[in-house]
Design a protein around this ligand. Sequence first.
Ligand code: P6P
Length: 334
Amino acid sequence: MQLGTSLTHFLIENQRTHAGATGDFTLLMNDIVSACKVISSYVNKGNLIGVLGSAETENVQGETQKKLDIITNDVFTNTLMRGGQVAALASEEMDEVYNLPATARRGKYLCVYDPLDGSSNIDVNVTVGTIFSILRAPEGVANPTEQDFLQAGTEQVAAGYCIYGPSTIMILTTGNGVNGFTLDKDVGEFMLTHPNITIPADTAEFAINMSNQRFWEAPVQKYVADCIAGETGPLGKRYNMRWVASMVAEVHRILTRGGIFMYPIDSKTRDKGGKLRLMYEANPMSMIVEQAGGMSITGYERIMEMAPTKLHQRVPVILGSKNEVQKVWDYHKG
Ligand code: P6P
């Protein structure tokens, strides 16, 4: 595929590599692309159209919702509901599974998403994004339930995110590598700009919220201390640190130049299972990272192999450059 290929062209070519493909997946991806273009427009306009600030409501996570959390969820949900390629939807911003109106056409996929990840950054104009995961719907079921969504990460048909930063970039994997497409707003098309993304196996850049240090388990305490010890420490090199508090921004940096992102289990989040959500943050990002040659674990197991138990289940996440993630896994084994 040549640089400058449109995402539309890429998806149709991708469809032709799947014998028996009906075009349904291509249509679903087209709906996701349309929703992300609208979201990018709202995010970029911000206070020009009065969409910043708090909605004064709480989501199922007990987090105060931003106006854009609700607006972007409505855009994504309504676009996919009308598109006829899904049998049900689920979102960070909706307590329950969203079943389609009785008259809506059902498709063969389920989509679960975080419509605006990192939204705590939106009021301070820092990068945010939409994360989505595509699963197969049960055949012949008009109204799939939460149980139908509880599929391991390895069952994902596709995963991706759209990052709203200096550029709007769609990152997508359908299980055959990872590609990135930049939105040309003058034309209204996502264009292939990052073909066959591969994460460098090694890194000297870690991302973690250091304010949680006193809550971490011993292996993470020791790994981070060893990173900070630099050239004369056990890891024998100087590390840099980043923390954006927007998982999409952290993962995009890692896809671009390597790194390790950690939101480990700690004494503060243990009773909830962690901070990040399995179905619409950890699993889609893990598929993307693994497809780009990286690794994604909880500290104790591969995230993609976990058997989900709840729609809004939380998990610890350690992902990125495979040799560095393996190192942290070894700290946990040690
Ligand atoms: P903290 C955003 O709310 C998010 O879910 C991820 O995008 C981000 O990595 C993390 O939480 C930030 O958490 O505790 O640093 O605010």
